[in-house]
Write a protein that binds this ligand. Sequence first.
Ligand SMILES: C[S@@+](CC[C@H](N)C(=O)[O-])C[C@H]1O[C@@H](n2cnc3c(N)ncnc32)[C@H](O)[C@@H]1O
Ligand SMILES: [Zn+2]
Length: 281
Amino acid sequence: MEHFICPVCGENLILGDKVYECINHHTYNLAKSGYVNLLRSQRSSEKRHGDDKMMIRARSAFLEKGHYAPLLEGIVAECDRLQVKMLHLTDIGCGEGWYTDKIFTHLRENGHIVQIEGIDISKDAVSAAAKRNPYIAAAVASVACLPIKSESCDMLLNLFAPFDVGEFARILKSGGIWLKAIPLERHLYGLKAAIYDNPYENKVAVEQYEGFELVRRTDIRDKLTLRGEDISNLFRMTPYFYKTSAADQQKLENAEVLETEIEFAILIYQKKSFHHRETTK
Ligand SMILES: C[S@@+](CC[C@H](N)C(=O)[O-])C[C@H]1O[C@@H](n2cnc3c(N)ncnc32)[C@H](O)[C@@H]1O
Ligand SMILES: [Zn+2]
């Protein structure tokens, strides 16, 4: 199974003994935990990005408790619509691969033959994803330059993560699905209200993208009542923790109970086929 293409020459990478190699002898070692670094650009602006170990640990612990189960159910329901037995999925901005693993396992249990990659700019994240499930081919790469063969994917998972419309259109098959999950207006409003004097609602932009058709939107809303380490894990997995002063951080660290809304949208974009493009001109 060929998961990746060479970021230098674009040829397929073949996995040998702990090393990926292309026909032009560009080689990429597999790290001990099982991921490969295919990040072409080492620009410092890209190096700085990506989630750190603390954020990753907090998110793993929080997700493991099932607090975002309604979202996972919504994503799984979309995957169940895929009719093909052999599926190629790539999770872009996969983080530590919690959803990647759950979706892979669900599809396999339902009789699909699944090829799956997890891509993230954070080494710590892909390292955790590779450890979580050895069937996930995990690579460090940027969304702007994906080491994935053109027109090869049936579905892209893209959950609370950056996207690149041109790259997504390139790697998806015609008619392929880009599943995008975004937070809605009042997602985590209770958490923000516990920290800030003037909490604000999230800005939500549901857009049309060239080459894609937005075929479905599913909104998911729920309320959580959290205690103890669930509160600090949720806080630490959000950007708010890093943007908040030590004094304000303390407000949540001392809270015994936190009630908050969770609100997501699952957006399904389908790559237009050439035929469709002609008919819509
Ligand atoms: C909010 S997290 C979501 C992780 C995972 N999808 C989830 O929902 O649990 C966003 C992820 O995007 C990654 N990321 C940020 N910039 C990126 C880029 N330019 N290319 C690829 N991944 C990126 C981060 O490292 C992080 O793991
Ligand atoms: Zn090469």
